[in-house]
Design a protein around this ligand. Structure first.
Ligand code: ZN
Ligand code: MN
Length: 477
């Protein structure tokens, strides 16, 4: 029995979050809009129109290329990819073929065994999206809203070795896309789509066998499941002495079954040629530097820095760098608190994060700003409020947008919560007046008013007399 390994390459289509489409001024994100309401002569392919490239799409592509360590090309071209399909009104897609935006690059995936899998990137190119077709009542309906939406197609080498690694790559890619603010990267909204090329070979071999391509998978979990099933199928086929054919398979998410769509096209079938309506675009060194100046510290670097600079455990660093806005929230809170980062991390991970998840917000949208969070922790540290009041205060600040200090004063939170301070004074009064205590205990309960008065006097009226009375009653029984 031969041991097989799975060889996987992923082809991702990433919807850039630009305001307008790639070659016209229609709105790029038309999710939920009625069909065919977000189109114009350019993106619906009427005769005589000319495409105008969207600079923002090119710049977002450059940012992603740089973050993937890819080489941004000084000159690149648009090409026509010709095929006939009802959702493609021009009969061709404007894409890039042999002179893409960027070539090479990689992403390093940490593996469970402590090693690293370097996933090579073959190329990144810009292209326009096609429309959408659907079947309804035995009719085929077409929606052109998505036509001309800017996409980056990014292709990895055959470098992934398991369905789990493929899922991990996509998880990290999604994180990076949001981090860079180049895509919303919501797979269920088709902002991030993935086709997987799968083949098998005897473990350790260095040649590639014929592969199949899995299309139409729209969640990371489904990618994992589809790849696992396809690798098992190929092993069964080979086990029975059959050859693997280069099929294109479609994933049916309702049944979890792969179906054969068609025999795979080869590049020659697309008759690529240069797009005659667009000039080649030149990316000067100056433009490149200007765009790359906006490249933030990347998730992996920030994660390492949180560990080395703040002394955070790996787990905390992972959670806090899962989203860029959360990592920025944490750093702002640490700065405002100017003390133990781990204490801030606990509050952010337990309390702020729960608030974000419950309200479906990002950290930058919280009314509980990092400065307010730090203020609450400081109020606890200085004994003005207790821990429980602090937790309740989080919600109040989030609801009202008022500062913790203002709320403490407004709602008398310090006074009410400060039972322990009142208790200390009560104890002092009782210890200092043994005679009165004795007569109270032997039945002279009218002395209660006098005791309360002593406590109020000592606390210069700041104590809540009801609480003082309750504590005194408890101490005197
Ligand atoms: Zn348009
Ligand atoms: Mn494509």
């Amino acid at each position: 029995m031969t041991d097989f390994e799975t060889v996987i390459g992923l082809e991702t289509h990433i919807q850039l979050n630009t305001i307008t489409k790639i070659f016209c001024s229609c709105k790029a994100d038309s999710w939920g809009d009625p069909p065919n309401t977000n189109i114009c002569p350019v993106c619906s392919g009427l005769p005589g129109v000319l495409p105008v490239p969207n600079k923002a799409a090119i710049q977002k592509g450059m940012l992603l290329a740089a973050a993937m360590h890819a080489e941004i090309q000084p000159v690149s071209h648009f090409d026509r990819k010709n095929y006939f399909y009802p959702d493609l009104p021009k009969g061709y897609q404007i894409s890039q073929f042999d002179a893409p935006l960027a070539c090479g690059g990689y992403m390093d995936l940490p593996l469970a065994d402590g090693g690293v899998r370097r996933v090579g990137i073959i190329k990144l190119h810009l292209e326009e999206d096609a429309g959408k077709t659907k079947n309804e009542n035995n009719r085929r309906l077409i929606d052109f809203n998505r036509c001309g939406v800017p996409l980056i197609e990014m292709v990895t080498g055959p470098d992934l070795r398991s369905a789990t690694e493929a899922a991990e790559y996509l998880t990290r890619l999604r994180q990076l896309l949001r981090w860079l603010d180049v895509s919303e990267a919501e797979m269920e909204k088709a902002h991030l789509r993935c086709d997987a090329n799968v083949s098998i070979r005897p473990a350790g071999a260095d040649y590639l066998n014929p592969k199949t391509e899995i299309k139409n998978v729209n969640s990371i979990e489904a990618v994992r499941e589809a790849i696992e099933k396809e690798a098992e199928r190929q092993m069964r086929e080979v086990g029975m002495g059959n050859k693997i054919k280069s099929w294109t398979l479609e994933w049916d998410e309702n049944t979890g079954v792969l179906r054969k769509m068609r025999s795979k096209e080869t590049e020659a079938d697309y008759r690529y040629f240069r797009e005659p309506d667009l000039l080649p675009f030149h990316i000067s060194e100056a433009w490149k530097q200007e765009v790359l100046a906006g490249l933030p510290e990347l998730p992996e670097e920030r994660r390492s820095r949180f560990i080395s600079h703040y002394g955070l455990p790996e787990y905390d660093a992972d959670v806090l760098t899962s989203e860029r806005s959360l990592s920025e929230y944490f750093e702002a809170a640490v700065k405002a608190y100017a003390n133990d980062p781990k204490r801030v991390s606990n509050w952010v991970m337990n309390d702020a994060l729960r608030m974000l998840n419950e309200n479906n917000l990002t950290a930058s949208q919280l009314k509980l700003t990092p400065q307010f969070l730090a203020e609450i922790i400081l109020l606890i540290d200085s004994g003005v409020i207790n821990n429980n009041t602090g937790k309740a205060l989080l919600m109040k600040v989030q609801q009202t947008g008022k500062s913790p200090q203002a709320l403490v004063e407004e709602e008398g939170l310090a006074k009410v919560s400060d039972d322990s301070a009142i208790r200390i004074i009560c104890q002092e009064i009782l210890v200092g007046n043994p005679k009165e205590v004795e007569s109270y205990k032997s039945g002279k309960t009218t002395l209660m008013g006098w005791f309360v008065g002593q406590v109020m006097k000592k606390m210069r009226g700041k104590a809540d007399p009801n609480i003082a009375r309750k504590i005194l009653e408890e101490l005197l029984t």
